[in-house]
Design a protein around this ligand. Structure first.
Ligand SMILES: Cc1ncc(COP(=O)(O)OP(=O)(O)O)c(N)n1
Ligand SMILES: Cc1nc(C(=O)O)sc1CCOP(=O)(O)O
Ligand SMILES: [Mg+2]
Length: 212
């Protein structure tokens, strides 16, 4: 069963990435997507090896953004692929059926096609503007989620859909009411302090109970 909360890492250097990932794990995140866009091959590889080690110390799942060969080499739990990344069917051939493959969507049609391509979950976004990602797709907004998720009910699919893009704590109830399964978040978690008990609060809302 996939967790309902995924942390997407940020940081311009290996050191920043590691600090942010450690911070998310210390707060209780149990699913990390390593998203490191501007490192060299050596830096990205070294980061991935370190992240895999710490994730396993915390019993957390670790997936890699974009890079299927890196996920394969370091035996990560999976990969997240956007519409301009390697096709999901090809990634599935490389990684096999045991690995998690996430796919991005921005419209109902993309949710359907990505699902048919064989991904395990969908990141559907953005909810609203965010500085975390350049070249954002069209903003979906809460009403857009309501429409897409309502139309999705007419298709026979139970694929978990994660809302992404500028997610705040106060969005969770309304997102869940649309039929969303979980959320993927970067800056909210990166910028929170331990005292905020943010992950506890997010999990309380996502699971309807306290996760320890
Ligand atoms: C959970 C999740 N959903 C969507 C994305 C975006 O992926 P992509 O469109 O490939 O954009 P980049 O993250 O590669 O900039 C994601 N990473 N995770
Ligand atoms: C990586 C990513 N993909 C998005 C999409 O809409 O596909 S939005 C996004 C950034 C999510 O970070 P934050 O929680 O800081 O807004
Ligand atoms: Mg991508």
């Amino acid at each position: 069963m996939l967790s309902k909360l995924q942390y997407i890492s940020q940081g311009n250097t290996v050191q920043e990435q590691l600090l942010n990932i450690q911070h998310a794990l210390d707060q209780g995140c149990d699913w990390i997507q390593m998203r490191f866009k501007n490192g060299t091959f050596e830096e990205t590889f070294a980061l991935a090896e370190s992240v895999k080690k710490i994730c396993h110390q915390y019993d957390a799942n670790f997936i890699v953004n974009d890079n299927v060969s890196l996920a394969k080499i370091i035996d990560a739990e999976g990969v997240h692929l956007g519409l301009n990344d390697m096709p999901i069917s090809k990634a599935r051939e490389i990684l096999g059926t045991d690995k998690i493959i996430g796919g991005t969507a921005n419209t109902l049609e993309e949710v359907i096609s990505q699902t048919k391509n064989g991904c395990d979950y969908i990141g559907l976004g953005p909810l609203r503007f965010t500085n975390t990602k350049a070249n954002l797709s069209r903003i979906i907004g809460m009403e857009g989620y309501q429409t897409i998720m309502k139309e999705l009910r007419t298709y026979n699919t139970s694929i978990p859909i994660y809302a992404i893009g500028g997610i705040n704590l106060n969005d969770i109830e309304m997102l869940l009411a649309t039929g969303i399964y979980g959320v993927a978040s970067s800056s909210l978690i990166t910028q929170s302090s331990i005292e905020d008990e943010l992950i506890i609060q997010l999990n309380e809302k996502l699971y309807g109970t306290v996760i320890i």
